[in-house]
Design a protein around this ligand. Structure first.
Ligand code: NAD
Length: 552
């Protein structure tokens, strides 16, 4: 019998019945109470038994674990996100270790490759080359007025997978889910955008189901004009929005960052977010090796966005530690696809020039390891198996505790596996990777490899930037984020071989990073929002919690 006492706690125009069940921001599925079912026209539209959120999460996990593949799990999670936001985020937050690899790397890479074939419902905003002259109108179609963070890709370099065109939408969608899960950015305050400037991927152009523009990529002025119009339209609709560039090919990534970092509130996660994550890992590694940060010599394999971004931030941190810029640069060496990056080479792109040192040319990575005797090797070339037995044995011969970061994603692109790093260095390596590896038992010890995931950094940085209303995103903010992250690694974690904290503490870590970033913004005079004395409490109070609220 309907309860006459079913008073509503919500306004008269609050959706009811099927419209309420179809609203992912308000839907509670089987958790609607008896009162709510009466007050909101839901009686009969749901099975009779009222579930708690915990019971619903248990059902989600049972469903997920019964799926045959990670891609099926991804599809299931996206459907849940479309249906019930709070439950999606509750499930993710309470099961981060299990679900991050499903909703983000490595599974998201596969989902992007298959995007046109697994497509159910559109998500995010598509801005295509055909929208030139009307991008502001496209933005007006987005239903939410308080967007604070945009993640934008043009799909040209998706993870280590190359040009996936409009299929790249999975990346901003996934990363924004991490913003909400890891840092409590409200789902309505974030907007995933894909700029479809075409694709040069012949496989996609020949795929009849491909959903992007069936044309080759715009280049040169036409491309720049499209990006410029996008930036202007985003700023017009959302004046204080932070724009995160994601997975642009490296020439455009460096160029766009240089062009917009001082004009807009913008950063590039592949360059700056990666750099901060790796800098934090280096700081923490010092606690394992007993070395000093200023005493490190790093040899990078791959001189792209990740490698150069990391080196630039390391140089600025070394300068902060008292080294001259020249001395600091001398600590970072690169091997690219042609060999050691040295001054006499004439084929170097501009972003590599600061690291082209005076040295004889060496044709490959093993030769560079022997000649330069690095304390750390950092793999960011997307080439699997390049940290060979020879390289790792040499690193163990040259260092008591060699630092080995194999950052390339997905797992199949890693420069070496965790097992190889530990076995070939006889357990001496301080190892971290871009994609997750399981714990590895070796010589009676259990080694726990760390994942140098950007998810440790960008959610907290974005939260700090949006809470302070920072006008720009600066390198000093990323350095502060790296220091805060490194400080969060416990002595116990270091003893087990980790250089990153347990991801299950990510909310508390993101909050700490946000506080440090907001403090940098305030000190630099970049903050435009009032920041009270008790910053942690102020920021914590604004973080989205995936909980149901009572409607009746
Ligand atoms: P990028 O395309 O900008 O750079 C790759 C670089 O590697 C290029 O300069 C290329 O010339 C060079 N290269 C290619 N083949 C090589 C070879 N055989 N030897 C030496 N160098 C070679 O890409 P990026 O953004 O720098 O990303 C590189 C890798 O790092 C990707 O696999 C990506 O998934 C990974 N990554 C990891 C993290 C992380 O772990 N947090 C973050 C960002 C990127």
């Amino acid at each position: 019998m309907e309860s006459p006492a079913a008073a509503r706690l919500v306004p008269d125009d609050f959706p009811t019945g099927v419209a309420l069940l179809n609203n992912p921001f308000l839907n509670k599925d089987t958790a609607f109470s008896e009162h709510e079912r009466d007050a909101l026209g839901l009686r009969g539209l749901l099975p009779p038994r009222v579930n708690t959120m915990e019971e619903q999460v248990a059902r989600v996990l049972e469903n997920l674990r019964g799926k045959a593949s990670d891609l099926e799990r991804y599809i299931y999670m996206i459907a849940l996100q479309d249906r019930n936001r709070a439950l999606f985020y509750r499930a993710v937050l309470d099961n981060l270790r299990e679900l991050l690899p499903i909703i983000y790397t490595p599974t998201v890479g596969l989902a992007c490759q298959q995007y046109a074939h697994i497509f159910r419902r559109p998500r995010g905003l598509f801005v295509s080359a055909r929208d030139r002259g009307r991008i502001a109108r496209v933005f007006r179609n987005w239903p939410f007025d308080d967007v604070r963070i945009i993640i934008v890709t043009d799909g040209e370099r998706i993870l280590g997978l190359g040009d996936l065109g409009a299929n790249g939408m999975g990346i901003p969608v996934g990363k924004l889910a991490l913003y909400t899960a890891c840092a409590g950015i409200h789902p309505e305050q974030s907007l995933p955008v894909t700029i479809d400037a075409g694709t040069d991927n012949a496989g996609l152009l020949h795929d009849p189901l491909y959903m992007g523009l069936p044309q080759r990529r715009l280049r040169g002025e036409a491309y720049d004009a499209l990006i410029e119009e996008f930036i202007a339209a985003a700023g017009e609709r959302y004046p204080h929005v932070m724009i995160q560039f994601e997975d642009f090919a490296n020439a455009n990534a460096f160029r766009l960052l240089a062009k917009y970092r001082d004009r807009a509130c913008a950063f590039n996660d592949d360059i700056q977010g990666t750099a901060a994550a790796v800098l934090a890992g280096m700081y923490a590694a010092m606690r394992a090796t007993g070395g000093t940060f200023a005493g490190q010599k790093l040899l990078f394999l791959g001189a792209g966005e990740a490698g150069i971004g990391i080196a630039d931030l390391i140089v600025s941190a070394l300068v902060g530690a008292g080294l001259s810029e020249e001395d600091a640069r001398q600590r970072c060496w690169f091997v690219d696809s042609k060999g050691l990056v040295v001054r006499r080479r004439t084929d170097l792109k501009e972003h590599k020039l600061p690291y082209a040192h005076d040295h004889v040319f060496l044709p490959d990575f093993p030769a560079a390891v022997e000649a330069l005797k690095p304390t750390a090797i950092i793999g960011a070339a997307g080439k699997p198996g390049t940290f060979t037995k020879e390289v790792l044995e040499a690193m163990a011969r040259l260092n008591a505790r060699p630092i080995v970061f194999a950052l390339s994603n997905p797992t199949s692109n890693a420069e070496c596996t965790a097992a190889e790093a530990y076995t070939w260095t006889k357990g001496a390596a301080v190892f971290a990777s871009g994609s997750p590896f399981p714990p590895y038992p070796f010589q009676g010890r259990m080694f726990v490899p760390s994942q140098g995931n950007n998810a440790y950094i960008f959610p907290g940085v974005g939260l700090g930037v949006t809470m302070s209303g920072a006008r720009h995103v600066t390198d000093a903010m990323f350095s502060a984020a790296a220091e805060t992250l490194a400080a969060a690694v416990t002595a116990d974690e270091i003893a087990r071989g980790c250089v990153y904290p347990d991801i299950t503490r990510i909310r508390e870590i993101s909050l700490a990073i946000a506080v440090s970033v907001a403090e940098v913004a305030r000190a630099a005079g970049l903050a435009t929002r009032p920041l009270p004395e008790d910053l942690p409490a102020h920021i914590r109070a604004a973080m989205y919690e995936p909980l149901y609220r009572d409607y009746a």
